[in-house]
Design a protein around this ligand. Structure first.
Ligand code: 5AD
Ligand code: FES
Length: 372
């Protein structure tokens, strides 16, 4: 069993019993942010159900303090599954011949936005593979058009690695946020998950350029990818500390049968939840989604993720007929549901877990629009 003094003597009492106030949770959060790579790795590797409960309780206090019981909704539009990248874990990788490729038209994407707006969503996330047909100029037009039609929504893009000038163009066109997971901050592990030519360095450069372009930035990683160690995860936490993104998306790795990692084991729910609590403690004001992947791993995965510190949900707004084709991993949930059904389902889930849906833009608590 983990002895808290093995990590850091000062954390001993804080890890032995759950925090009973915001102040105690803040103290634990401060202690955690002093840990070095080896200490973080030990904490991750050796966590027991008791330490997990302490971290979860403290994460709950911080979340409550900054965001109350609110859960923000982001309407996700997966507008193309064409991708020029070949990540070994991903079901829509270029080499997968078993994918029925699709691309929504601008009119279809705008129709999704209309439906989402009517369902009360005030954030749209436009996500796709790295599809060369959606050039930065074409995306910029789309962003500007959505912005014109819905001035009160926050617009998030998640379309992969682009040149710095393209990020600036999209920001100027009116996009507010950008999601680009770094996947893993361990260069060797990154290389084991991607073909030559895709590098961690390039990914990290893109993330810094997105910040410089004035985006609210979302980074993140998968939990339990084959070969990942506690040390890899410690490096993820340290990289995020340096980057200071506004949003951090994590979820378990789930194999997809047509990929090179299709026969590997999925990530663990417990470890995913532990990392969510650690993220809440290290980044108290961050927006942390309870991802579809964690909901796929366990029927109550998203509710458990909210309990561990998450405060965002990203229901699917894509047309139902295409959802099955955006299969990053096997058995993805919600592929058979209509947008309106997902909305009702989520409302019930959030409320039964003791939270409330907030339909606002859901900016970070301390975010001030710089207009840069
Ligand atoms: N399991 C879990 N998550 C995956 N992603 C891609 N493939 C998988 C998989 N097999 C995640 C990656 C990517 C995001 C869009 O989906 O982290 O950044
Ligand atoms: Fe999509 Fe429940 S969230 S059906």
């Amino acid at each position: 069993m983990i002895q808290p003094e093995m990590i850091n003597p000062a954390m001993r009492s804080k890890l032995l019993r759950p925090a009973s106030s915001f102040e105690e949770a803040e103290a634990l959060s401060r202690q955690l942010s002093l840990l070095n790579r080896a200490q973080l790795a030990r904490l991750i590797a050796l966590a027991t159900p008791e330490t997990e409960a302490s971290l979860r309780a403290a994460a709950g206090w911080l979340r409550e303090h900054y965001y109350g019981r609110k859960v923000y909704l982001r309407g996700l539009i997966e507008f193309s599954n064409v991708c020029r990248k070949d990540c070994f874990y991903c079901g829509i990788r270029r080499s997968n011949r078993n994918v029925r490729r699709y691309r929504l038209t601008e009119a279809q994407i705008l129709a999704c936005c209309r439906q989402g707006y009517e369902l009360g969503y005030r954030t749209f996330v436009l996500q796709s593979g790295e599809d060369p047909a959606f050039t930065p100029l074409r995306l910029a037009w789309l962003v500007a058009e959505i912005r014109r039609r819905y001035p009160d929504v926050a617009l998030t893009l998640s379309v992969g690695e682009l040149a710095a000038a393209d990020y600036r163009l999209l920001r100027q066109a009116g996009a507010d946020r950008y999601l680009l997971r770094h996947e893993t901050a361990d260069a060797a592990h990154f290389a084991s998950l991607h073909p030559a030519g895709q590098t961690l360095q390039q990914r990290q450069t893109c993330l810094r350029e997105l910040g410089a372009a004035g985006f609210q930035v979302g980074a993140g990683f998968m939990v339990g990818t084959p070969g990942q160690t506690a040390d890899c995860l410690a490096q993820d936490l340290l990289f995020l500390k340096e980057l200071q993104p506004q949003m951090i998306g994590i979820g378990p790795f789930i194999p997809q049968q047509d990929t090179p990692l299709g026969q590997d084991q999925p990530g663990h729910l417990r470890q995913t939840l532990l990392l969510l609590s650690l993220l809440r403690l290290l980044f108290p004001k961050a927006l942390l989604p309870a991802t579809t992947a964690v909901g796929t791993l366990h029927p109550l995965g998203r509710e458990l993720a909210l309990g561990a510190g998450a405060n965002v949900l990203m229901p699917n707004l894509s047309p139902q007929e295409y959802r099955i084709d955006y299969a990053l991993y096997d058995n993805k949930i919600c592929t058979g549901d209509e947008a309106a059904e997902c909305r009702v389902c989520l409302q019930k889930r959030v409320e039964s877990a003791g939270y409330t849906i907030d339909t606002g833009r859901g900016d970070p608590v301390d975010w001030e629009e710089t207009g840069s």
